[in-house]
Design a protein around this ligand. Structure first.
Ligand code: HEC
Ligand code: HEC
Ligand code: HEC
Length: 433
């Protein structure tokens, strides 16, 4: 009897394994001879170049100091480091032998030419929404780049997470394949913005929180998340900025890296703007702004924003409303000469801290990051910079500034354990350099 049950059980397990193998199996697609660059019309290649910028392909597929698109850039995940691959048309180490069908399958389904499953560190869960026309242009662009010989780097993901076939299970649970479907109830512009935001420019890859298996939480799109040690704030009506993000401010921020009523794009958001969105046509960036101004319901939340701005500016003048304690003196000495405003509107080159999400987020993470490392000339708003204070200020100085600004510039509860948090963020930043 026991034996029969065991045999039955073994048969079930075998069936399960077989079923999963069938589910996971994808055919290899035939290699091709690398197509001649001249076989692609220049207009198509030029369109592909713009799309490649809008999808930040270079940011992830280029190693620091390495050749463009040759891969080897490490993406930290909770499971280990996953390295991007060489997507130049080198026949041996790149995608030179990939047909357009193989390229399209990788983008739409996350499956490599040899049939193996790709990890979702590659945002195919967004690129699946791309139209066939856009994929054709991207393929033309990549097949006409200079081929670079660069062998892939080994991922540090441990067993069993490194088993590519298991990604089939992940896809079954979390991946919805399919190109973007327009919402007939919305405008053409809104749909264009949604297509770019959800697909090519994958805003949710950073702004949507993920579950334990690294998938974006379906019910919490753009709910805010932690990426590479920064907080990518919520882009919904849960966004913490004192003035909600209206379309024109979103447009300015996404196009130039700064918004007068909010602040600047620091951290990886700076790359998103300068290496990506700024290279898209203005109409496309405006479409993304239209889409997010709807997602965050700014039209119903802008009422009374003038009063919020007036209050913020009133708190920022040198000496006004300051408590003249030791913390205020530290602030005036270190920050006050650049961060003050007067008049009806703040000035973009002097971000008004009372309007900045860095002070209103539930954690001081972004504030501490910016104070430690500053914002370079090319980051944030181009041509202006904020110095880093990693050497000039101690952890407890930065903690005091954070507490002081939170107390005097917002009505929110104080941040807790500031010194320990600054120490941890400083340590993490030093480790990742
Ligand atoms: C967020 C980082 C990221 C971005 C942005 C990104 N990729 Fe990738 N890509 C990866 C990683 C990581 C892999 C390797 C995944 C793996 O090993 O399973 C990859 C793999 C690929 C592959 C499969 C290549 C192979 O050799 O298996 C192709 C094709 C590809 N990417 C194209 C693109 C294109 C085109 C863009 C821009 C539209 C792009 N990627 C943007 C991270 C990224
Ligand atoms: C690679 C990760 C990443 C991607 C992709 C990304 N963001 Fe961000 N975003 C961030 C981070 C990190 C911040 C915080 C930057 C800061 O504090 O200066 C941010 C900040 C923002 C802010 C400012 C929010 C606030 O309240 O201060 C807006 C608006 C924004 N992103 C919109 C977008 C849009 C729209 C897209 C897609 C077109 C996008 N982001 C794609 C990482 C990303
Ligand atoms: C020399 C002038 C200068 C000093 C001193 C300075 N800042 Fe800045 N700060 C700037 C400028 C300019 C920007 C915008 C930079 C950009 O966009 O490239 C900025 C940006 C910021 C931001 C916004 C980041 C974002 O994501 O929107 C914060 C927060 C900030 N500063 C805090 C401070 C604090 C706290 C101090 C004192 C420890 C300080 N700054 C000292 C000039 C300065």
């Amino acid at each position: 009897m026991v034996k029969r049950i065991l045999i039955g059980f073994a048969a079930l397990v075998a069936l399960g394994v077989l079923g999963f193998a069938l589910l996971a199996w994808r055919p290899a697609l035939d290699p091709i001879d690398p197509p001649a660059a001249a076989s692609f019309p220049p207009e198509l290649t030029a369109r592909g170049e713009v799309l490649a910028a809008g999808g930040y392909c270079a940011t992830c597929h280029t190693q620091k100091g390495g050749k463009p698109y040759a891969g080897g850039y490490g993406l930290p995940t909770p499971f280990g480091v996953i390295y991007s691959t060489n997507i130049t048309p080198d026949p041996d180490t790149g995608i030179g032998r990939w047909s357009e069908a193989a390229f399209a399958r990788a983008m739409h389904e996350g499956v490599a030419r040899d049939g193996s499953h790709l990890f979702p560190a590659f945002p195919f869960d967004h690129f699946t929404k791309l139209s066939g026309d856009d994929l054709e242009a991207l393929y033309a662009y990549f097949m006409t780049r200079a081929p670079v010989k660069a062998a892939p780097r080994r991922n540090t993901v441990p067993f069993p997470f490194n088993v590519r076939a298991l990604q089939a299970g992940w896809k079954l649970l979390f991946f919805k394949k399919g190109t973007y479907e327009p919402d007939a109830a919305k405008s053409v512009e809104w749909n264009r913005g949604a297509y770019l935001a959800e697909g090519l420019s994958h805003c949710g890859a950073c702004h949507t929180p993920r579950n334990l298996l690294g998938a974006e939480k379906a019910g919490d799109a753009y709910g805010g998340a932690i990426v590479e040690g920064w907080i990518a704030p919520a882009l919904t009506d849960a966004n913490p900025a004192p003035v909600s993000w209206a379309q024109n401010e979103l447009f300015s921020y996404l196009m130039s890296g700064t918004s007068v009523l909010h602040g600047t794009a620091a951290g990886s958001m700076s790359e998103v703007v300068h290496d990506g969105l700024a290279k898209l046509p203005r109409s496309d960036v405006n479409a993304i702004a239209v889409y997010f101004a709807d997602i965050d319901s700014s039209s119903t939340r802008m009422a009374g924003f003038e009063a919020t701005v007036a209050k913020a500016v009133a708190s920022s003048g040198l000496g006004s409303r300051q408590d003249y304690g030791a913390d205020a003196h530290l602030y005036l000495a270190a920050c006050g000469s650049c961060h003050y405003n007067r008049g009806a509107m703040p000035v973009a080159v002097r971000p008004e801290l009372a309007l900045n999400s860095a002070l209103t987020l539930p954690e001081p993470t972004n504030f501490v990051k910016v104070v430690l490392s500053g914002i370079g000339l090319k980051d944030g708003m181009s041509g202006v910079m904020m110095p880093g204070f990693a050497h000039a200020l101690s952890d407890s100085d930065i903690g005091r500034l954070a507490a002081y600004l939170r107390r005097t510039r917002t009505d929110l509860p104080a941040w807790t354990d500031l010194d320990a948090k600054v120490t941890a963020i400083r340590k993490e930043a030093a480790g990742s350099q």
